[in-house]
Ligand binder design. Structure first.
Ligand code: NAD
Ligand code: ZN
Length: 379
């Protein structure tokens, strides 16, 4: 391998300032250090989280930075101590990791690794706090430990899922974030039984992935709830069978759904980030057995208020992070679901762009036109 141990010069889309178009730059990517892997990114997609931190309206800004966290690529070289990955492996970098050693990684029930749990504030690598990216000696910050808007990136090996080399990376790259979050919320947490009814609150990419989970689980009715009726047509392709826009009703959504379903849905999955929708999603499940799962990220000062009787009447409320998937252990299996034709990914991909036009992907997302836009590196 001629590049092993050497600095690689390649193209990256650098965010110099909050909210300003990314600039295509030649960056230097240092070799991977201890427990790190350098990956040649082949495809990346854009997720809301990239846009949110690029806008930097709610957080401490960290610029210049290389965004991107949904991607697929091939391992170029590995650093000291990496034993489970080697050059040539097909991989998905993931924004949250699995160290394999902490109480969470040892627990079958958790995917919230102590060492590699999502950290949006960190701009360097865990090993030494330094960045592996630079331009003329000036460091460029990492994002989520993945920074996939670069032809090469360095990632902690605990954040790298090795997948089936036959899987098309231009499709399965979307498995590394939003798709798995929604899919896992339904399949791993809400766990609808065949023939049950499922309500999905919020029909963005995450909610549509939750609907795909309901379809795979064999739900008999999938009820989509969204304030934006324009989302409904698209959602039909995802097996959503009925629609409720809370704005079209004088009574609370909980009541509308209870009337539609003879007392409430069996399962609900909230994918909006609105605390009102979270409360509605809980209160619309059937007493005795209903389970509601929260996925959306609320605002800082939100509080969830419901009458405790709703719990005493045997409703269950849960929340999930990344669909409860352990990134290294479980994500290769999600890719296999696609390979076995159980999971449909194509319908999530509404746009494609060459890397040189990455800024257009931000426009599509900001206008609400895209579910996922696949960006081809090296183009
Ligand atoms: P999105 O903005 O594309 O979709 C959200 C949808 O919710 C929109 O269609 C909007 O119209 C609808 N909505 C908003 N408020 C509503 C309300 N009160 N009632 C009904 N519908 C409402 O977002 P997305 O990318 O699909 O992400 C959804 C949520 O999931 C976000 O909050 C995101 O931060 C969160 N998320 C959570 C995790 C996790 O691990 N828990 C991971 C990724 C994303
Ligand atoms: Zn861990």
């Amino acid at each position: 391998m001629p590049t092993t141990g050497q600095i690689i010069r390649c193209k990256a889309a650098v965010a110099w300032e909050a909210g300003k178009p990314l600039v295509m730059e030649e960056v230097e990517v240092a070799p991977p250090q201890k427990h790190e892997v350098r990956i040649k990114i082949l495809f990346t997609s854009l997720c809301h989280t990239d846009v949110y931190f690029w806008e930097a309206k709610g957080q401490t800004p960290l610029f210049p930075r290389i965004f991107g966290h949904e991607a697929g690529g091939i391992v170029e070289s590995v650093g000291e101590g990496v034993t489970d990955l080697q050059p040539g492996d097909h991989v998905l970098p993931i924004f949250t990791g699995e160290c394999g050693d902490c109480p969470h990684c040892h627990s079958e029930e958790s995917n919230m690794c102590d060492l590699l749990r999502i950290n949006t504030e960190r701009g360097g690598m865990i090993h030494d706090g330094e960045s592996r990216f630079s331009i003329n000696g000036k460091p460029i910050h990492h994002f989520l430990g993945t920074s996939t808007f670069s032809e090469y990136t360095v990632v902690h090996s605990g954040q790298v899922a090795k997948i089936n080399p036959d899987a098309p990376l231009d499709k399965v790259c979307i498995v590394s974030c939003g798709l798995s979050t929604g899919l896992g919320a339904t399949l791993n947490v809400a766990k609808p039984k065949k023939g049950q009814s499922v309500a999905i609150f919020g029909l963005g990419a995450v909610g549509l992935a939750a609907a795909e989970g309901a379809r795979i689980a064999g739900a008999s009715r999938i009820i989509g709830v969204d304030l934006n009726s324009q989302r409904f047509d698209q959602a039909k392709e995802f097996g959503v069978t009925e629609f409720v826009n809370p704005r079209d009703h004088d009574k609370p959504v909980q009541q509308v759904i209870a009337e539609m379903t003879n007392g409430g849905v069996d399962r609900s999955v909230e994918c909006t980030g609105s605390v009102q929708a979270m409360i509605q999603a809980f209160e619309c499940v059937h007493d005795g057995w209903g389970v509601a799962v929260l996925v959306g990220v609320p605002s800082k000062d939100d509080a969830f208020k419901t009458h405790p009787m709703n719990f005493l009447n045997e409703r269950t409320l849960k929340g999930t992070f990344f669909g409860n998937y352990k990134p290294k252990t479980d994500i290769p299996g999600v890719v296999e679901k696609y390979m076995n034709k159980e999971l449909e990914l194509e319908k999530f991909i509404t746009h494609t762009l060459p890397f040189s036009e990455i800024n257009k992907a931000f426009d599509y997302m900001l206008k609400g036109e895209s579910i996922r836009c696949i960006i081809t590196m090296g183009a």
